[in-house]
Design a protein around this ligand. Structure first.
Ligand code: HEC
Length: 155
C-alpha cells in the first residue's frame, strides 16, 4: 500500500475508535469496568468452592474459608454506584438489563439473597466438605437467580 494511503487508513481507524470511546463518558466507563471486575472476582472465588463441592479438587479448609469469606464481603458492599444511567445492555459492552433501573427493589432483593447465601456459606465453609457442600448450592443459585432476570444474554 502507498504510504499516503496507509496514513489515511490509520487516521480513519483512529477517528472511528475515538468516536466509539466517546459513546460513554468517564463516569459510565468507570462504573462498567468496576462492576464487571467485581463480577469477575465473584467468579474467581466461586470457582474453587464449586470445584471442592464437586470434588474435582481436594477440599482445603483454609482455601474454602477464605474464598467464602471474600464472596460474603463482596456481596455485602453497597453496589449502587455501579448502575450509572446510560450503561444498560442497549450499549454493546454491557449485559446489564434495563430492569436494574426500572425495578431497583427487585434487584436489591436478589442482591440481598446472595449476601445471605454467601454469609451462610462463610460461616461453615471451613468446617469440612459436607458443610461446604450443604451451603454451596444456595450461593450458586443466587448468582443464577440474578443473572436470569437482570443479565442480558451474551452478544
Ligand atoms: C444482584 C445481581 C447479580 C448477582 C447476585 C450476581 N451477578 Fe453476575 N452479573 C450481574 C449483571 C447485571 C451482570 C452484567 C454486568 C454488565 O455487563 O455490566 C453480571 C455479569 C457477570 C459476569 C460477566 C462479567 C464480565 O466481565 O462481563 C460474571 C463472570 C458474573 N456475573 C459472575 C457472577 C457470579 C459467580 C455470581 C455469584 C457468586 C454473580 N455473578 C452474582 C448481576 C449479578
Amino acid at each position: 500500500m502507498h504510504r499516503k494511503a496507509i496514513l489515511a487508513t490509520t487516521a480513519l481507524c483512529l477517528s472511528v475508535s475515538a468516536v466509539l470511546a466517546q459513546d460513554l463518558n468517564e463516569e459510565q466507563q468507570r462504573a462498567l469496568t468496576a462492576r464487571q471486575a467485581h463480577m469477575g472476582l465473584y467468579g474467581f472465588y466461586l470457582t474453587p468452592l464449586g470445584q471442592m463441592a464437586q470434588e474435582t479438587i481436594p477440599y482445603d479448609a483454609q482455601t474454602a474459608a477464605a474464598a467464602a469469606g471474600n464472596l460474603a464481603a463482596m456481596a455485602a458492599i453497597d453496589q449502587s454506584a455501579f448502575w450509572v444511567d446510560g450503561t444498560d445492555s442497549s450499549i454493546e459492552t454491557s449485559r446489564a438489563r434495563a430492569e436494574i433501573w426500572t425495578d431497583p427493589d427487585g434487584y436489591l432483593q436478589v442482591k440481598q439473597g446472595m449476601a445471605e447465601a454467601t454469609e451462610a456459606l462463610a460461616l461453615v465453609a471451613g468446617d469440612g466438605l459436607d458443610a461446604l457442600k450443604g451451603a454451596f448450592g444456595p450461593v450458586g443459585q443466587s448468582c443464577g437467580a440474578c443473572h436470569q432476570t437482570y443479565r442480558a444474554p451474551a452478544n
